[in-house]
Design a protein around this ligand. Structure first.
Ligand code: FPP
Length: 254
């Protein structure tokens, strides 16, 4: 298990509003953003990677300790080969360009998903950046890559089954905590806020276990146009939500 973050959770934003500790984002709409302008889809992904930089920087500035970005799903392998290759190359460029920024801002890079499926040079670039930032504790930036929520649940189930088969775990005693610990996200808190850009109202196989009690924020803005102001609007909306976890409003207001 990784060391806990030095930065304490940020329950309060600059204006006293409640801030999420973990924000997870489905960065949707790059392709449509480019196509609307008569451009190749990859230009949308390029613009989207600029948005990644802006949002990481702003989350760090706002003291949000965990940010998780859905950068490439298991299902995205089914896209045209040229788009997949361009995305992998974009990711490599992003990793090499952002290393100094991550180091300067105390940001640890983390990844979830079946990263063994990534092309070897992309996988090495990812592992290299993770290693170089492993000591940093001000913020954790997690990239979901070759990630599928159902595959993650199966992976966790198999891990637990192996423990049961080897006599290390009593099936009757398996707890939610045991299950959480078997997930790729074992060292992350569950997201408090999940944002999806570009108008689609679904979670698309993103963190199905972990989002069970998260607040959702959907915006029509495509990811390349999502900026500081939009992020703040999502955080403001979050701060007005009452999280009841199945209890009554009166109980949680106490
Ligand atoms: C969804 O938009 C987005 C993706 C499948 C890839 C997300 C990638 C980036 C934001 C850039 C690279 C990432 C990093 C971390 C550098 P879409 O293509 O499905 O858009 P559409 O729904 O309009 O077609």
């Amino acid at each position: 298990m990784k060391k806990p973050l030095i930065t304490p959770p940020a329950p309060q934003g600059p204006d006293g509003a409640i801030s999420p500790r973990h924000v997870a984002i489905i960065m949707d709409g790059n392709g449509r953003w480019a196509q609307k302008r008569g451009w190749q889809r990859i230009r949308g992904h390029e613009a989207g990677s600029e948005t990644v930089r802006v949002i990481v920087r702003n989350c760090r500035k706002l003291n949000i300790p965990y940010l998780t970005l859905y950068a490439f799903s298991s299902e995205n392998w089914g896209r045209p080969k040229t788009e997949v290759a361009a995305l992998m190359s974009l990711l490599r460029r992003f990793l090499s360009k952002e290393l100094d920024e991550l180091l300067a801002r105390g940001i640890r890079l983390n990844a979830i998903g079946d990263i063994d499926l990534l092309p070897e040079n992309t996988r090495q670039a990812l592992l290299g950046t993770m290693e170089k930032t492993a000591h940093l504790n001000d913020m954790v930036l997690t990239l979901a890559l070759s990630y599928g929520g159902r595959a993650e649940l199966l992976h966790a189930t198999k891990k637990l089954c192996q423990k049961v088969a080897s006599g290390l775990l009593d099936p009757e005693q398996i707890s939610e905590e045991d299950f959480s610990q078997a997930l790729y996200t074992h060292d992350l808190p569950d997201p408090d806020l999940m944002i999806r850009t570009s108008g689609e109202i679904r979670i698309s196989n993103f963190l199905p276990w972990q989002l069970a009690y998260s607040e959702f924020y959907f915006t029509k803005t495509p990811w390349p146009d999502f900026g500081e102001e939009e992020l703040k609007a999502a955080l403001t909306e979050y701060s007005g939500r009452q999280r009841r976890y199945g209890k009554t409003g009166e109980q949680v207001a106490k």
